[in-house]
Ligand binder design. Structure first.
Ligand SMILES: C[S@@+](CC[C@H](N)C(=O)[O-])C[C@H]1O[C@@H](n2cnc3c(N)ncnc32)[C@H](O)[C@@H]1O
Length: 233
């Protein structure tokens, strides 16, 4: 409900002496507007910061939080970034995690929008799970870390979206089992309600440690979470 609509609803019921109903109404109104503003401020501050720091998407701060907590990537690592476009995770990995030492294979259906593409990056455009692209990723592997922010085009139908996200997450886990070095680390994005508990259960068997994590930089209304596996067995 926009502020104009709220005013139109509110004004005919107002009497000169405020009633308990009026007080409750204004309390709820204040809460609603406060929530909406804080959500917008949070989104704006991450977007503005990304712009200022030269990243093409605000999603960079999700990887920052993940790596600050769990140190999944270090200088010298070989990293596979799945669902890499427009390129924030790739650029952050180059600048802040491998610090120019090591290499990154960045794969997406769409090209990266990084100009220039950092020297540590090999860009592969196409479906990461098609036979042809898989062979290219294999030829460049194995990897110390695989990070996936891959997401389907959302339809607005939560059942369809979560099931597509689950499919992507399963494919990433399969790829990781083939291409991650022993001791390697894995990050997979999945939409909640899309079989994340089952995938996490599998990861707990395949890694020394595995957990689910929701970064603060995720939008409040987003139902994404990240599954993190540390130390592939
Ligand atoms: C949220 S965006 C990734 C943002 C990126 N991490 C960044 O920081 O710039 C999700 C990406 O997943 C990609 N994607 C979805 N399915 C894919 C697939 N099968 N193979 C490769 N990329 C895929 C989409 O094209 C989209 O660019």
């Amino acid at each position: 409900m926009c502020e104009k609509q709220i005013r139109m609803v509110a004004s005919p019921t107002l009497s000169p002496i405020p009633t308990v109903g009026d007080a409750v109404f204004f309390l709820l109104l204040g809460y609603y507007l406060g929530m909406a503003n804080s959500r917008r401020d949070k989104a704006d501050s991450y977007t503005q910061r990304a712009h200022k720091e030269g990243y093409p998407a605000r999603s960079v701060y999700k990887l920052e939080e993940i790596n600050t907590k769990d140190k999944i990537i270090k200088p010298g690592d070989s990293v596979l970034d799945v669902g890499a476009a427009p390129g924030s995770w790739t650029l952050y990995t180059h600048r802040m995690l491998i610090k120019g030492k090591g290499r990154i294979v960045s794969c997406d259906l769409n090209p990266l929008s990084l100009d220039p593409v950092p020297p540590t990056v090999t860009e592969i455009t196409g479906d990461a799970f098609s036979k042809e692209i898989r062979e290219q990723l294999t030829a460049l592997g194995p990897y110390d870390a695989i990070i996936s922010d891959a997401a389907p085009m959302t339809t607005g139908n939560r059942t369809v979206d979560t099931s597509r996200s689950e499919h992507l997450a399963e494919e990433v886990l399969r790829l990781a089992m083939e291409q991650l070095k022993v001791g390697g680390n894995l990050v997979i994005k999945i939409f909640q309600g899309g079989g994340e508990a089952e995938i996490l259960k599998q990861m707990r068997m395949l890694f020394t440690k595995a957990k689910a994590f929701k970064p603060k930089a995720s939008r409040d209304d987003s139902f994404e979470i990240f599954l993190i596996g540390m130390g592939k067995k």
